[in-house]
Write a protein that binds this ligand. Structure first.
Ligand code: C2O
Ligand code: CU
Length: 552
């Protein structure tokens, strides 16, 4: 194993992700940021300089558990103070597990501004994956708005509320096309756009997948969308899903993959089609009424010319509101035989109601009637050093009132802000049930992909309606071969149950990965065995109450 050093500077810069010039957050002059590749056991050391001039910054390493380095998790107000303009901070952590990951900003809505990139961890030399492939390609998906992150943020925190709307473009490795289509020449809805005149050198020219015939490719897929749930498809090719969020799954064959914000997959693709043709690679919006054209690129069989267009139009996405289809995909995931199994029994169960609510006329998301507002002093230092007054030390609600009906709009939509912490005993087994509900308007319930920092969890099961904890609900839980994940969707009007072991001393965010939802309060904070955390580096504590001199 080795230490891999990186020097990064985050800056705003002009860029044309979808052929329209905008301001994006770039790293070392690039968008998306550089890809990190490492091997299991390596230490990553990123010296990050904030070149933004007017705002702080942090970077979160999504899917990396940060054992023994909880201060390197990169969550402002939780694991560290945001890095001030002009200052630098070094993230140093070990990558202890192979898999497909990514990184992104975790302060305000900086992920929406384009602060993200891929992080890939390979097995140690001499070790083999439980599947065969010849080559690999990686695809990072995102959605893009022409309105700046700051304007979006102002809209979300205004009366009347201004929703960010649907994205203008979907991006594949930071590239999309607005107002033109790669598929304009086909008889389809794409024909309403003019043809793209791209030569290949443009910032918005598609990232073409060049493949050789009769090989097996491992495609590493990751979604860092702000909002969109996506469906990924390659025309005329089937794929086999083998990895999810850095964990092996029992291989299963699909025509297309649903991928929610915060999720990653590896799929195997056999290049067994006519090599004289090229094929569409597409991502389309699911789960919300789409108002965004599908994101497209080309699967190019070398040596066929990459500019040769596929013979048929791009794949047609499954109906956006075919939730049964989405659930069927999620439910076809099982852990690979021989994977870690969950403890048979839980020590504790909390139920988290996902509700849309109002606070003083502002529209918010709340969990058990509390909308998360992060404190000024990061939790990790405040708890580790017993700093008084940094946040509300009372225990947060473990459930919602028994008479609450999640199938209708809230009878009393008013909730409150809060910053309390769920504290778990070291090594205890925790079950979390995410309960979805009707939003403020009638007949609306959205998908929320929940992401846990510092852990993988077992997805025990999904159910419809209100979780009661009765025999019928318990019977839906899979304790035999549930998949390990770090992100899981909760479907409209349903619930999702997961289990994890609180074995990672630190303070960890658990939140909806939809950026505007988190910004509107849709998250909670978990703390476990903070007394076992080593000395928290001083340069993570330079704000709020931990900025004062303190006794170690
Ligand atoms: Cu990728 Cu807290 O998020
Ligand atoms: Cu959400």
């Amino acid at each position: 194993s080795q230490i891999r050093h990186f020097q990064w500077e985050v800056r705003y810069m002009y860029w044309s992700p979808d052929c329209v010039e905008n301001v994006v957050m770039g790293i070392n002059g690039r968008f998306p940021g550089p890809t990190i590749r490492a091997k299991v056991g390596d230490t990553i050391s990123v010296r990050l300089t904030n070149g933004l001039l007017t705002e702080g910054v942090v970077i979160h390493w999504h899917g990396i558990r940060q054992f023994r380095t909880p201060w390197a998790d990169g969550t402002a107000s939780i694991s560290q103070c945001a890095i001030n303009p002009g200052e630098s901070f070094t993230y140093r952590f070990e990558v202890d597990k192979a898999g497909t990951f990514f990184y992104h900003g975790h302060y305000g809505m900086q992920r929406s501004a384009g602060l993200y990139g891929s992080l890939i961890v390979e097995l140690e030399d001499g070790k083999a994956e439980p599947f065969h492939y010849d080559e690999e390609l990686s695809l990072l998906f995102s959605d893009w708005w022409h309105e700046s992150m700051h304007e979006q943020e102002v809209g979300l925190s205004s009366i009347p509320f201004r929703w960010i709307g649907e994205p203008q473009s979907l991006l594949i490795n930071g590239r999309g096309q607005y107002n033109c289509s790669l598929a304009a020449s086909y008889q389809s809805r794409n024909s309403s756009y003019p043809r793209c005149n791209l030569r290949g050198g443009e910032q918005c020219a598609p990232y073409v997948l060049h493949v050789r015939p009769n090989k097996v490719y491992r495609l590493r897929l990751a979604s860092t969308t702000s909002l969109s749930s996506l469906n990924f498809e390659i025309s005329d090719h089937k794929m086999v899903v083998v990895e999810a969020d850095g964990n092996y799954v029992r291989p299963f064959e699909v025509r297309d993959v649903d991928i929610y914000s915060g999720e990653t997959y590896s799929v195997l693709l056999k290049t067994d089609q006519d090599p004289a043709q090229n094929y569409w690679v597409s991502i389309s919006v699911r789960g919300r009424q789409p108002a965004t054209p599908q994101g497209l690129t080309i699967l190019n069989y070398v040596p066929t010319s990459a500019s040769r267009l596929p013979v048929s139009p791009p794949p047609i996405a499954p109906r956006w509101d075919d939730f049964d289809r989405s659930k069927a995909f999620s439910k076809s995931m099982f852990s690979l035989l021989g994977s870690a199994q969950p403890p048979r029994a839980r020590d504790r169960r909390i139920v988290l109601l996902n509700m849309q609510s109002k606070i003083n006329g502002y529209t918010k998301w709340s969990i058990n009637n509390v909308s998360l507002v992060l404190p000024l002093t990061p939790y990790l230092g405040a708890i580790r050093y017993g700093v008084k007054g940094a946040f509300d030390r009372r225990a947060p609600p473990e459930n919602f009132p028994g008479n609450y009906n999640p199938m209708i709009p809230p009878l009393n939509p008013n909730s409150t802000t809060g910053n309390r912490v769920y504290t778990f005993l070291y090594n205890s087994t925790v079950d979390v049930v995410l309960q979805n509900a009707n939003a403020l308007s009638a007949n609306v319930s959205e998908i929320h992909p929940w992401h846990l920092h510092g852990h993988d969890f077992w997805v025990l099961g999904y159910g419809e309606g209100k979780f009661t904890g009765g025999h019928k609900d318990e019977a839906r839980l899979n304790l035999e071969n549930p998949p390990l994940r770090n992100t899981v969707p909760v479907f409209p009007y349903g619930w999702t149950a997961l289990r994890f072991v609180a074995n990672n001393p630190g303070v960890w965010a658990f939140h909806c990965h939809i950026e505007p939802h988190l910004h509107m309060g849709m998250g909670v904070v978990f703390a476990e065995a903070v007394n076992l955390v080593g000395k928290v580096p001083d340069d993570t504590l330079m704000c709020g109450l931990t900025a004062k001199p303190r006794k170690d």
